[in-house]
Design a protein around this ligand. Structure first.
Ligand code: ADP
Ligand code: GLC
Length: 497
């Protein structure tokens, strides 16, 4: 079948570099761009958060809407996001989106009380566009990301019931099953959906309204961000109560491993770092290492590894394992550089640790893109001991920068890091250190293996080089998404789904 283009609307709440709270933003910047390079016709739909709206130099009014979802004025604008030249629709509803705080929580870290309405509007608007509301462009596929976009799929399905035919192909990507967008059931009346949607075969979840379940249940295809995580969310803890539905989706639920933006994360061209380097000429990394020690006030030692963490401080990330293993690590002369923010207990504990060991531990609380690059370039090992990890991106950055990842073997971490067990060091396929049991002793054992190998420079160099060769661009994964688009477009028919 010859197809010249695929018109795909990506629906999401954050996009790097304009607005980012986590890896989602990296993906919603890089994946659509990769798909566009492959000939797909991509547009984005985002809430008009000032950080997004203000990034567009020129915007055109597409439509105005009467008040709904608690917003008095709603306008849909169209413009081009300059960084990636990506066309985008922005929902300008200042009453809902123009607020201090981040997209989801206020300045005190509390979720906004009207989040159900704020993100219902996002989904509702996606359904209007799917219905051909913009005379000049109608998507063939709506691709939503995470619970924020989840309700789009219920609105689309409800419209299809009214029209008596399928409007678009739909695809929902789950970046994290634990963030579900669940709200009290009595909010359902505010969502402007048919009652038929509020049932177990729909968006009802133990009496609540679940935005994530809406996507999981109604989208034609569901993806998650690594093959292992796609298996893990069908049963047990990682299913977060939705395992039954995940199982029912059968082969319509697939895992596609994330890539990274190799233009932004490239040690040979990185303007944030002291000295560029690559796998062939890795000596520049030594200079980055020294510069990092100096910037962070650490002693300039060369005999033990520098371990780093670049992360949200959330329970998911397993950072208490580092706290429990810290004394052992420091006793061997290792150094630790941590950049991140979140959980106050972790922030305080890491800061206290830096205060007690100023030559060995450095902590920066906050978000700093440039520093993240310098930390990763200057360290020897990047720690990602997550309890669970749908994909994870920092281990890829580590691989690319010759900063050996040490990870808990789950989700995307299991799919991207090959353990340096004695046998596959010899086989030269190893790229990092993995541990299986989620406890401090297993983590410490992996740290020990890192210390031991670091003392053997030739082996260490081999491990670094192997990791740096690891393909981490978006192309192969974007191809898989494109194949799914083709599948849902091919399935499009005039009948009801
Ligand atoms: P998650 O999305 O669960 O937070 P990921 O590993 O997928 O985890 O993505 C995290 C992203 O956020 C990465 O791009 C990482 O570099 C970035 N990041 C996390 N913390 C910081 C920080 N303090 N400063 C700069 N970048 C950060
Ligand atoms: C989520 C996940 C993370 C993943 C990211 C991008 O934030 O926690 O593992 O890498 O989304 O898909």
């Amino acid at each position: 079948m010859k197809r010249t283009s695929r018109r795909v609307l990506h629906v999401c709440s954050e996009i790097f570099p304009y607005l980012k709270t986590g890896g989602l933003a990296d993906v919603t910047a890089a994946l659509p761009a990769a798909l566009a390079r492959m000939g797909c016709e991509i547009r984005m739909l985002v809430p008009g958060f000032p950080a997004l709206l203000d990034s567009v130099p020129e915007r055109h009014l597409v439509a105005e809407f009467s008040p709904r979802f608690g917003a008095h004025a709603i306008r849909l604008f169209y413009g081009i996001l300059p960084q990636t030249e990506m066309p985008a629709y922005f929902i300008d509803a200042p009453g809902l989106y123009d607020r201090p705080g981040n997209p989801y929580v206020d300045i005190y870290g509390q979720p906004y009380r009207d989040n159900h309405r704020r993100f219902a509007l996002l989904g509702w608007m996606a359904a209007r566009l799917a219905d051909g509301f913009d005379f000049f462009w109608q998507p063939q596929v709506v691709h939503g990301h995470d619970w924020h976009a989840g309700l789009a799929f219920a609105y689309i399905r409800a419209l299809e019931w009214t029209r008596g035919k399928q409007l678009v192909g739909t695809l929902f990507t789950i970046h994290n099953m634990a963030y579900q967008g669940n709200f009290p059931g009595h909010f359902f009346g505010e969502l402007d959906l048919p009652v038929a949607c509020f049932q177990p075969d729909g968006i009802e979840f133990y009496g609540q309204v679940s935005f994530l379940k809406s996507g999981l249940f109604y989208a034609n295809k569901v993806t998650t961000v690594s093959p292992s995580y796609a298996r893990e969310i069908r049963w047990g803890e990682q299913a977060c109560g939705l395992g039954g539905i995940a199982q029912r989706r059968g082969s319509d639920l697939v895992g596609i491993l994330n890539g990274i933006d190799t233009g932004i994360w490239n040690p040979a061209k990185d303007e944030h770092i002291e000295k560029p380097y690559d796998a062939r000429a890795i000596t520049g990394k030594q200079q980055c290492r020294l510069a990092l020690q100096e910037e962070m006030g650490l002693s300039p030692q060369r005999t033990a590894p520098i371990f780093c963490v670049v992360s949200r401080f959330a329970a998911q990330k397993g950072l208490h394992l580092l706290i429990e293993s810290m004394e052992t690590l420091l006793a061997q002369g290792g150094q630790v550089v941590i950049i991140g923010s979140g959980d106050h207990y972790l922030e305080r504990t890491f800061q206290e640790c830096a205060y007690r060991h100023p030559q060995q531990v450095a902590v920066r609380i906050g978000y700093d893109e440039g520093l993240a690059h310098r930390v990763i370039a200057g360290s020897d090992v990047i720690l990602v001991p997550s309890r669970y990890e749908p994909c994870g991106l920092t281990q890829f950055y580590g691989l690319r920068y010759g900063t050996v990842p040490l990870v808990h073997r789950v989700g995307g971490l299991a799919d991207s890091v090959a353990d340096c067990a004695p046998d596959n060091t010899a086989g030269k396929t190893a790229t990092g250190f993995c541990f299986d049991d989620f406890n401090a002793s297993s983590f410490t054992h992996a740290l020990q293996r890192a210390f031991d190998l670091f003392r053997q420079p030739a082996h260490w160099r081999q491990l670094q080089r192997q990791g740096m060769k690891h393909p981490s661009g978006w192309k192969p994964s974007a191809r898989m998404y494109r194949a799914l688009y083709d599948e849902v477009i091919a399935r499009l028919c005039n009948k009801m789904p």
